[in-house]
Design a protein around this ligand. Structure first.
Ligand code: B12
Ligand code: SF4
Ligand code: SF4
Length: 309
């Protein structure tokens, strides 16, 4: 006989697939004991640099029951963003694949809202909240606990079947569900990501010093990029994909099927010269609804100038 938790879990997973999520896994909402000293250590070593928001809500970040009253389950969801296209001019400053199309926060929030509505319609009076990226939730840890992949030496979540080019989001709900099991780590003796990182930001296996990562410098840092890193950016002007591009499991990445993630046609066609001469008008046109807006026009210009000799 199947119980309610099993029935609800199956309904939710089927609907998540229908909404276009790559996969869905569920864990019991509780304190993340093993992660607490790791997060504390990361913060104590200032690996968050100027991302001061990472210092906030330490307790909530480690315990979803403190973030969402009465919560019982964390429903983790993955959304693929792997593009088939790439920038045409190989000498042009590079944009990370995740930022080719529409800002993922909008795309995912909308899908999460629909999933939560579905749960309320089908199951009843369920209280829950939707999170993507910006909330004090350890996205990768929850996804790994729920069997959606393992956290690799580059600290991203990856799977043998589809690599790592996807976003992670959650619904945290006050509903008991059937919980998934963790998968195993398949990094083995590989160190490709550690060896390839242009700024040596992966300081030891599974630990990324955020304050040395190109993604941090080009997106999060508001001040000037330190000159010590000049010549080390491997032409990245927004984000960095190196540790994922070299990962052998990403040979198995499959193209996303989310039209909203398709790039503005001009983005892929822009040459090195076009980028170096980009005006604020073109920036607004190409990145109208993009995550690149986070860096602002002035930030992108700073990044492009930093790449020049
Ligand atoms: C802050 C942040 C960053 C920072 C810091 C990076 C980082 N690794 O934390 C910066 C700006 C550098 C960054 C960059 C990127 N990010 Co980011 N980022 C986040 C954010 C907002 C918080 C992550 C966090 O909590 N970090 C805190 C530290 C302590 O966590 P951690 O690095 O995972 O550290 C753990 C391990 O070190 C582990 N650990 C420590 N010691 C040991 C020892 C052993 C033996 C083991 C096994 C583990 C272990 O414990 C720590 C705590 O769990 C999340 C969204 C979210 N809310 O979760 C997105 C998120 C992690 N980012 C994401 C992405 C896509 C990226 C980039 C790929 C973007 C890009 N292309 O430029 C890069 C990748 C860089 C990298 N290799 O990590 C995705 C990852 C998706 C995935 N498949 O995993 C997330 C989940 C956003 C999302 N919702 O989809 N990011
Ligand atoms: S995103 Fe780039 S800079 Fe950051 S850890 Fe990965 S390879 Fe290093
Ligand atoms: S490159 Fe190698 S070590 Fe790094 S995450 Fe992929 S499999 Fe693991």
């Amino acid at each position: 006989m199947i119980n309610n938790a099993q029935k609800y879990t199956s309904l939710i997973k089927t609907e998540a697939k229908r909404l276009g999520f790559l996969s869905c896994g569920i864990s019991q909402a509780k304190f993340l004991e093993k992660e607490a000293p790791r997060l504390e250590n990361w913060l104590n070593k200032n690996m968050h640099g100027s991302m001061h928001y990472m210092e906030n809500h330490f307790d909530k970040r480690l315990d979803p029951t403190k973030l969402v009253d009465g919560s019982k389950s964390v429903i983790s969801l993955l959304l693929n963003y792997f593009p088939v296209e790439s920038q045409i001019d190989k000498t042009a400053p590079k944009i990370s694949k995740y930022a080719f199309g529409m800002d993922y926060h909008f795309v995912i929030k909308n899908k999460l809202k629909q999933l939560l509505e579905f749960i309320k319609d089908e199951i009843g009076d369920v209280y829950g909240r939707a999170f993507v990226d910006s909330a004090p939730v350890l996205d990768k840890v929850w996804a790994a606990k729920s069997g959606l992949g393992w956290v690799g030496k580059h600290s991203n979540l990856l799977t043998q079947k589809v690599g790592s080019f996807y976003f992670i989001a959650e619904l945290i709900v006050d509903l008991e569900l059937e919980y998934d099991m963790k998968t195993t780590d398949h990094c083995g003796s590989c160190t490709a990501c550690i060896d390839a990182c242009p700024t040596q930001a992966i300081t030891e296996p599974y630990v990324v010093d955020g304050s040395k990562c190109i993604s941090y410098f080009t997106i999060e840092l508001k001040e000037n990029i330190p000159n010590d890193f000049k010549g080390q950016f491997d032409d990245w002007m927004f984000g960095c994909d190196v540790c994922q591009d070299v990962c052998p499991w990403n040979k198995f990445s499959k193209a996303h099927n989310e039209p909203l993630f398709n790039p503005h046609p001009q983005l892929l066609e822009m040459t090195k010269k076009d980028w170096e001469e980009i005006t604020e008008d073109t920036f607004k046109k190409v990145f109208q609804k993009s995550a690149v807006k986070r860096a602002k026009y002035s930030g992108l210009i700073r990044n492009i100038n930093f790449l020049k000799e």
